[in-house]
Design a protein around this ligand. Structure first.
Ligand code: GLY
Ligand code: MN
Ligand code: MN
Length: 532
């Protein structure tokens, strides 16, 4: 075990990085935090601009945010998040949280790693197979934090580069204690910790994995039996009895509570730093969407438009797409989750693009619908439907303030009412239920944050509060059905913005993606010059 020695690890890390990059002369003898693999201000200064809008120019004079643990989020904010969680919990509480695992496409061919969202929110650590145990106590910090991480191994680092190691867990990520992520060590620590705990906050898995007994059926399912175990080892207990002991220890307690519900409450209101990061994620996706509008034309492959979007996000620093994007041309846009993106774009159609990058841990989620005609203009029918959706989007956005205090369910009802009267004005005769069953079968909104569909335990009936972020995404999908006016049949469209709730004003985080007809047509026709 490694312990933090003097002061908090957080303090020493911040002091060391601040001295090294804060403009003051480097102080002799100051301990530099170790390289831990993931970017830090002292190893990757270009990824830590004080001002994101200056982006890659940070090193050239924009300034480096030396106190940030992940781009945009200071180490002190991670400490505050843990305190906020522990402050919410009763005396005698213990939190147990497992980090994410590497996922495999086939055999040993892995996907790019993404940390489990709650684990990332509390630690900022982006390494697989880690675990976090926090014990509420009466220390000045208010809790003791133990991180379980893979010990440094020279032979492994030769292949994979630096890892966090036990020293990094303490010095960089602020743990009081670091332990190797060895199942028997975890079992030992849990036994000791839980013996005196009154409340355990943990999320038991909803899906069984080998060799866990399915919790639902209490039998080994064929799926469990056939699914290959993950090759990274952390849940491969050498003896099944050890594994079963841990599961029993965690699940047999009377005072066991959902950690997810507590985390969702904390995560549902974003800090000023989080909003800045999310605004930048929206700006990157907005710029990428503009580039798609610039290239869209008849005979372009949907997949090429997708490639343009992904390239434009990556070159602006996005780590990945926040979800598999939709690039749906023509009638493909009637399928709400069309993700094959393997058709050629036709003439006089619309291309509906639902895409958003993840930047510095936060998702963006934008839908824009654009004309595919060579002259870059919507047909009159396309324009009618688009303008209906735009009015509904704007009408609902104007309601997204704490002062007005709507809930997502109420906003959805408003969107249904608005669409109903708008469509009737266009000549639709809508029999009961047809709007919500056929033409607009999805919900207006979902919370947005680290996850695309964020904080799912926060009810839609919750009144929106300052700092909450959600999407507003009205859509219409009009099938080839004589029940609907002929000129509108076969049109599928959606328009989606990311909105942060203010006290008296909404803030549109995705404002950089053109959405007025005149702006979309100007970009699509090439009349609007390129800015960046
Ligand atoms: N792109 C998925 C969604 O809008 O929820
Ligand atoms: Mn969405
Ligand atoms: Mn979307």
């Amino acid at each position: 075990m490694l312990r933090a020695s003097q002061g908090t690890a957080l303090h020493r890390t911040l002091k060391a990085t601040a001295r090294q990059f804060g403009g003051a002369a480097c102080v002799r003898g100051v301990h530099t935090p170790p390289a831990v693999g993931q970017p830090l201000p002292h190893t990757h200064p270009h990824l830590f601009p004080i001002d994101f809008t200056r982006g890659w120019q940070a090193e050239l004079g924009g300034g480096v945010a030396t106190d940030h643990l992940t781009p945009g989020i200071p180490a002190a904010e991670y400490e505050q998040r843990r305190r906020n969680l522990m402050d919410r919990l009763p005396t005698g509480s213990v939190v147990v949280l497992m980090g994410g695992r590497i996922k495999y496409m086939s055999r040993n061919i892995f996907y790019k790693f993404r940390q489990e969202s709650n684990f990332w929110y509390l630690t900022g650590l982006e390494e697989p197979d880690a675990a976090l145990v926090m014990v509420k106590n009466s220390s000045r910090r208010g809790y003791a934090m133990t991180l379980f991480v893979a010990p440094r191994q020279a032979s492994k680092e030769l292949w994979d580069g630096p890892t966090c190691g036990l020293d990094g867990a303490v010095e960089v990520f602020g743990a009081d204690h670091a332990e190797p992520n060895d199942p028997s060590v975890l079992l030992h620590v849990l036994k000791k910790t839980l013996a005196s705990a009154e409340h355990l906050y943990v999320d038991m898995p909803t899906q069984a994995t080998v060799p866990r007994l399915s919790q639902r059926t209490q039998r080994f399912s064929l799926h469990d039996f056939l699914a290959p175990p993950s090759p990274t080892g952390f849940d491969l207990f050498a003896r099944k009895t050890d594994f079963d002991n841990v599961v029993r220890l965690l699940s047999d307690r009377r005072n066991t509570h959902s950690l997810e519900c507590e985390m969702d409450v904390l995560r549902s209101r974003k800090s000023a730093n989080e909003l800045r990061v999310m605004r930048h994620a929206g700006a990157i996706s907005g710029a990428a969407m503009t580039e798609v509008m610039r290239v869209v034309r008849p005979q372009l492959a949907e997949s090429e438009a997708q490639a343009v979007f992904e390239y434009e996000c990556a070159r602006r620093g996005a780590a990945r797409q926040a979800y598999v994007p939709v690039f749906a041309s023509g009638r493909n846009a009637l399928m709400i989750h069309y993700v094959r993106n393997d058709c050629l774009i036709g003439d006089q159609q619309v291309l509906s693009v639902d895409a958003g990058c993840e930047f510095a841990g936060y998702a963006s989620d934008i839908t824009r619908t654009m004309p595919t005609a060579a002259d870059g203009r919507f047909t009159p029918a396309q324009r009618d439907i688009y303008e209906v959706l735009l009015r509904v989007l704007k009408g609902c956005t104007a309601l997204a303030t704490e002062h007005q205090g709507y809930s997502l369910s109420e906003l959805h009802r408003r969107s249904v009412e608005m669409l109903n009267s708008e469509l009737r004005a266009l000549g639709f005769s809508l029999s009961y239920g047809v709007l919500e069953r056929t033409l607009y079968p999805h919900y207006l909104s979902h919370w947005l944050g680290i996850d695309l569909h964020d904080t799912s335990t926060v009810e839609r009936s919750t009144r929106v509060k300052e700092g909450m972020v959600f999407t507003i995404e009205p859509g219409l999908y009009i099938p080839d059905d004589p029940a609907f006016p002929k000129e509108y049949r076969g049109i599928g469209m959606r328009v989606e913005d990311d909105v942060a709730v203010g006290a008296t004003e909404p803030y549109v985080l995705s404002a950089d993606a053109p959405k007025e007809v005149v702006d979309i047509e100007a970009v699509c026709s090439g009349r609007l010059p390129r800015f960046v």
